[in-house]
Ligand binder design. Structure first.
Ligand code: PLP
Length: 479
């Protein structure tokens, strides 16, 4: 399996193997990597896969995308990653061994798929845990090291740190805005005592932290000398890992492979739902992909109108489902590449507009018919909707959900799909968002037993002014 760039400049960005793109980010031409063709899953394979454990299914699916890791090694990596010990936060009565259990709200009709049972209680663990093990494996094979530099406003940073802690050949330098994350999120990151994990709290906002990461990454000499890498949401391996749980969710929500399923996905950077799109392109019987946004409705607007109008930072709302507060959906280019018939010249044309800060408009083009064929619907949710949905889910089903999942459930209820169950992807657990839970329910969220008292643990964090040189010096002193 070879990977090509969505911008298709074969001279600067020739096709690559999986391991070659694993440690990188964007293709040199500025595009995103995708497989040359989507591998197809036969009916016989689907029938056989229905019986598999999560780790076995991960190996079966990922084998179709990865041909430069020996099968026995890939199998061992999947077995080590997807265990009931790592994904230990299943709801009472659900089978932790399923890793992403289906929890019916209405039997046969409406379900949650628990994607947040990993160490940091958000679905980012599903891919990041695999990435940690893949990085360690490939770096050891090549005798290399990497220093991961990132900025986080919450979920990504902690998922990366828990995935990379103690991994040989990997150090993490994670910038966060000082005092801006929830107490739980701070405790999750800063209580890690592993020597290869470094937390830097920047006196400023998330954007200040992000600007520092960009400045360091744009210093080509520093980047090369200190082997600076990233684990951001455009990383192909993260998307690949997420394809697996659509298969698992499909099998969990159906009795046989003649049925269809609708998946509803709380979306921000379009990484999660992009994996659903690819699972569908591989032949998984997904009847509908329901995209849910919060007040930051750039993607809802696109799927409703055909106009993609990325927002400026100043137009991006800070909401109570913060992990969906995006102005530009970084993975969206992958979907648009398929939408325009994999024509890289068209993608370059559209993203010339996006990169110049403008919208693009597909209304009146043949792409609109194609869009209808991809089986997406969409909707948006507000803070009031989240509160009402958290409340009604609690009162009707006795199930406490987080704010992002509430956005999904709200939009799923608005878009019922006849003749098939709807599975809402649960992208975080309520413990991470106590403030909104208190507002909605007047009570504290459930905190998993192994994370109680987290806020009382000793914390390890360096507080700094937003100064690129200070961050560079911090890295230099530790590699
Ligand atoms: C990251 C995240 C999302 C959005 O996922 P994308 O892949 O960026 O679309 C939704 N909910 C939670 C809790 C997240 O952490």
């Amino acid at each position: 399996m070879r990977y090509l760039s969505t911008r298709g400049d074969a001279a600067s960005s020739p096709t690559q193997s999986f391991c070659d793109i694993l440690l990188g980010g964007l293709a040199p031409d500025g595009g995103l990597y995708l497989p040359e063709t989507y591998p197809q899953v036969s009916r016989a394979e689907l029938d056989a896969w229905r019986q598999l454990s999560y780790a076995e299914l991960a190996f079966a699916v990922l084998s179709k995308f990865i041909d430069d890791i020996p099968p026995a090694d890939l199998k061992a990596i999947c077995d080590k990653t997807y265990t009931a010990q790592v994904y230990c936060h299943a709801r009472p009565g659900d089978n932790a061994a399923d890793v992403t259990p289906i929890h019916w709200l209405e039997q046969g009709k409406l379900a949650l798929q628990e994607l947040s049972n990993g160490p940091t209680l958000a679905f980012k663990d599903m891919a990041m845990q695999l990435l940690g093990n893949l990085f360690e494996y490939v770096l050891a094979k090549r005798g290399e090291e990497i220093n991961i530099l990132g900025a986080t406003s919450g979920d990504t940073g902690s998922a990366a740190e828990y995935a990379m802690r103690g991994k040989k050949g990997v150090r993490v330098f994670m910038l966060s805005p000082d005092g801006k994350m929830s107490a739980f999120q701070r405790a999750q990151m800063y209580s890690l005592q592993d020597e290869n994990i470094h937390n830097i709290a920047v006196r400023g906002m998330f954007d200040d932290a992000q600007d520092i990461v960009k400045a360091v990454s744009n210093d080509a000499a520093f980047k090369a000398k200190y082997k600076i890498g990233a684990v951001n949401s455009i990383n192909w391996a993260r998307v690949a890992a997420q394809i697996v749980y659509y298969f698992k969710g499909y099998f969990g929500a159906t009795e046989n492979n003649d049925q269809q399923v609708a998946f509803c996905v709380p979306s921000g950077n379009f990484g999660n739902i992009c994996a659903g799109h690819i699972a569908r392109m591989m032949g998984l019987p997904i009847g509908k992909l329901i995209l849910a946004t919060n007040e930051n409705n750039v993607l809802d607007e696109f799927f409703k109108t055909g106009v993609y109008r990325p927002r400026k930072t100043a137009e991006t709302f800070v909401t109570s489902s913060p992990s969906m507060d995006i102005s530009k959906a970084s993975n969206f280019e992958r979907f648009v590449f398929d939408l325009v018939g994999r024509d890289p010249a068209k993608v370059r044309e559209l993203w010339a507009q996006v990169d110049a800060g403008n919208a693009f408009d597909l209304r009146g083009t043949p792409y609109m018919d194609k869009l209808a064929g991809f089986a997406f619907v969409s909707g948006a949710s507000s803070h009031a909707d989240r509160l009402a949905t958290i409340r009604s889910c609690w009162e009707t089903y006795g199930v406490m959900i987080d704010t992002h999942t509430a956005d999904g459930l709200k939009v799923a209820r608005e878009n019922p799909v006849a003749g098939m169950p709807t599975v809402v992807l649960e992208t975080a657990l309520p413990a991470k968002f106590a403030e909104t839970i208190r507002e909605a329910l007047g009570r504290e969220p459930e905190v998993p037993a192994d994370l109680q008292g987290l806020e009382k643990l000793a914390q390890r964090v360096e507080v700094m002014d937003p100064d690129v040189n200070a961050v560079k010096a911090f890295i230099q002193a530790r590699v």
